[in-house]
Design a protein around this ligand. Structure first.
Ligand SMILES: C[S@@+](CC[C@H](N)C(=O)[O-])C[C@H]1O[C@@H](n2cnc3c(N)ncnc32)[C@H](O)[C@@H]1O
Length: 204
């Protein structure tokens, strides 16, 4: 959290080239098919706000108060109806089956190995049966040149964001009680969406 207290006020500036060059269309794609009560886990500075589906009721959580303050500023600026809470994704205060849909963008690349499964278990717990969970994450490229460039970037990404490109979140899904519905790369072979659903799904 030290990292996010430090970078909260610069986060949007640091991320700007990626936000406009890469992330915006991916964020739009992430919300496809989601409606109703939604959770934005690891809401950060609120970069997903412009893409919240109309008519949905969105709740955003983040562990960093500094990031939430930036999100509060963006909420006001854009006039977005979103409830924001300081909360740890590995131990959320919400009741079981609270949300129809859950999204997280670049949260799991920040969570260390021991937090991955607890975080996924919590998403599974608060997701309603037949609900959908969409996770947008980085992966390390298989392309030699791209992989090499990512390896050069990795120390900066670790220092600035506490993030890693290769968390491989899929490996924890089964143990966390989640089924992988679809894995799709949305940007080259480095940004993927994991569409998952709780095993408690009543149709399965
Ligand atoms: C890389 S940022 C992504 C922010 C935002 N989702 C986006 O797409 O711009 C990761 C965010 O996850 C938050 N975070 C890290 N660990 C967390 C945890 N255990 N519970 C909730 N949020 C957490 C950080 O504070 C940060 O705001």
């Amino acid at each position: 959290m030290k990292i996010y207290s430090r970078i909260a006020q610069f986060y949007d500036i640091l991320d700007m080239p990626f936000e406009y060059g890469r992330y915006m269309p991916l964020r739009r794609a992430l919300f496809k098919g989601l409606k109703g009560d939604l959770l934005d886990a690891g809401v950060g500075t609120g970069r997903n706000f412009p893409f919240y589906p109309e008519g949905s009721k969105v709740t955003g959580i983040d562990l960093s108060l500094a990031m939430l303050e930036r999100a509060g500023w963006r909420k006001k600026k854009l006039g977005i109806a979103v409830d924001l809470y300081e909360m740890n994704v590995t131990k959320m205060d919400f009741a079981d089956d609270s949300f129809d849909g859950i999204i997280s963008t670049f949260l799991f690349c920040v969570l260390d190995a021991k937090s991955q499964q607890p975080a996924l278990e919590e998403l599974s717990r608060v997701c309603r049966p037949n609900g959908a969970i969409h996770i947008l994450e980085y992966a390390i490229s298989e392309n030699p040149l791209r992989r090499f460039i990512m390896k050069i970037w990795a120390p900066w990404v670790r220092f600035a964001y506490g993030a890693e490109f290769d968390r491989d979140t899929e490996q924890y899904l089964e143990a966390a009680g989640l089924d992988l519905v679809e894995k799709k790369f949305l940007y080259k072979d480095i940004i993927k969406i994991l569409s998952v659903r709780p095993k408690k799904n009543v149709d399965s």
